[in-house]
Design a protein around this ligand. Structure first.
Ligand SMILES: *Cc1c(COP(=O)(O)O)cnc(C)c1O
Length: 412
């Protein structure tokens, strides 16, 4: 490959960690026009999750209220790794019930959307005012068992969709890429999902799943590369976080902004969350996406304007990383176009730095994070000096077996 004339692309090719301040950034009042969704869509998603609370509570008593949410923790010891005026918090999505990762937001939401449709069509629910606890009972299961929910995944999306689908009584088919961890496949099989394995990457697993589902009218395919439902499920996090900050007595403003660091794979989770945050905080929130140095797909897609038309392999990168949740070579075009002008900056991080942060977060705060979930900590370093409220979105790790976690600690 001849040398690329663009210095940013050359830095990406060198795999040196970088921070790109998005030159396309626009005030939210303008940027929101790019997004095919609005506040009403997010409010409708929040209302749907609320309707389902009695069903979730019945199926997963550990959720208490039937609302799937994670704690926001102040992390003063971790904060000492930077001399900043700001305060550091960690949003602990690894502690989300049911599947222990950020995918418990969008993934479970999309399964619920489909379950609601099927239940209304079959008269299991009379209407959306009916008692949704019915969806956890035998007659609903008998209906759901005739249908299959399928998904392609690097691991955590499959875990969320598979767990939720199987618990409701659906058949579940999860198409896993080569990056997917064995323990994620095992948990899914134990839950009753069918797991298909592919030698190729995430894109190949999604394509195979999509193809099989197209030929089967009983199968509903969750398409991570272009799903509105996933995006809206994630976006509900915006108002949830606002409520947590209010409870903690933390105020943010244009003068003392909120920085939120979001690990990015295909883009659905960070994109949806960023949009939800923008709706709530407007220009007082600054969203930073973080990707591995070997897989900066969203940065590349937004920077070049080529979105899903470009893969990190096109610039000679491997697309391989220890951060399996972020091992996506080609970004979602839906997400890149919808939120590209809302993102403050894009940061890349080396795998060895992810492991360093994994060890520090454990030592300093007792957190149990998977490598993907540590990306935000590396990004925070670039902005830590700003007098601001910094929130690192720690996107997963809750279900990791202790032995797997011990191996990561040993590698660090
Ligand atoms: C999936 C995932 C992400 C990124 O979400 P995308 O929707 O793929 O961008 C981040 N962290 C973890 C742990 C994940 O599983």
């Amino acid at each position: 490959m001849s040398q690329n004339p663009d210095p940013l692309i050359r830095t990406l090719q060198s795999r040196q960690p970088l921070c790109w301040h998005n030159t396309r950034l626009a005030p939210f009042a303008q940027a929101r026009a790019d997004c095919p969704f609005d506040a009403d869509d997010v409010a409708a998603a929040a209302a749907r999750l609320q309707r389902f609370a009695p069903c979730i509570r019945a199926l997963f008593p550990e959720t208490d209220t039937g609302v799937i949410e994670s704690p926001l923790r102040r992390t003063p010891t971790l904060q000492q790794h930077a001399n900043g005026a700001g305060e550091l918090w960690v949003k602990c999505d690894g502690e989300l019930p049911i599947s222990g990762s950020v995918k418990a937001r969008g993934g479970i939401y999309e399964v619920l959307c489909h379950a609601e449709e099927v239940a209304l069509r079959h008269g299991v629910l009379a209407n959306t005012e009916d008692d949704y606890a019915k969806l956890a009972a035998a007659p609903a299961r008998a209906v759901f068992s005739q249908y299959c929910i399928a998904v392609g995944s690097t691991g955590n999306l499959g875990l969320s969709i598979g767990m939720m689908a199987a618990k409701l009584g659906f058949q579940a088919a999860v198409h896993m890429s080569a990056d997917a961890q064995d323990w994620k496949k095992r948990l899914l099989r134990e839950a009753g999902a069918q797991v298909f394995e592919y030698a190729g990457d995430y894109g190949a697993a999604v394509a195979a799943g999509r193809q099989l589902a197209e030929n089967d009218p009983q199968t509903y395919f969750v398409d991570d590369e272009q799903s509105s439902r996933l995006f809206l499920g994630y976006a509900v996090a915006g108002e949830r976080l606002k409520a947590q900050l209010d409870t903690a007595g933390v105020a943010v403003s244009r003068e003392r902004p909120l920085y939120v660091y979001l690990p990015c794979g295909v883009g659905g989770a960070p994109g949806g969350i960023a949009f939800g945050l923008k709706l709530v905080f407007g220009d007082a929130v600054r969203c930073v996406f973080v990707e591995p140095v070997d897989v900066p797909c969203m940065l590349l897609g937004v920077y070049t304007g080529k979105h899903e038309q470009i893969s990190v392999r096109d610039i000679g990168l491997s697309g391989e990383t220890l951060a399996d949740g972020l091992a996506v070579a080609r970004p979602s075009g839906l997400v890149g176009r919808a939120v590209g002008r809302m993102i403050e900056a894009f940061v890349t991080v080396a795998d060895k730095d992810l492991l360093q942060w994994l060890a520090r977060a454990h030592r300093d705060e007792g957190l149990k994070l998977e490598p993907s979930a540590c990306a935000g900590l590396a990004a925070w370093q670039h902005f830590a000096e700003d007098d601001a409220v910094h929130i690192v979105w720690a996107t997963g790790g809750g279900m990791m077996p202790d032995g797997v976690f011990a191996d990561y600690l040993a590698q660090a």
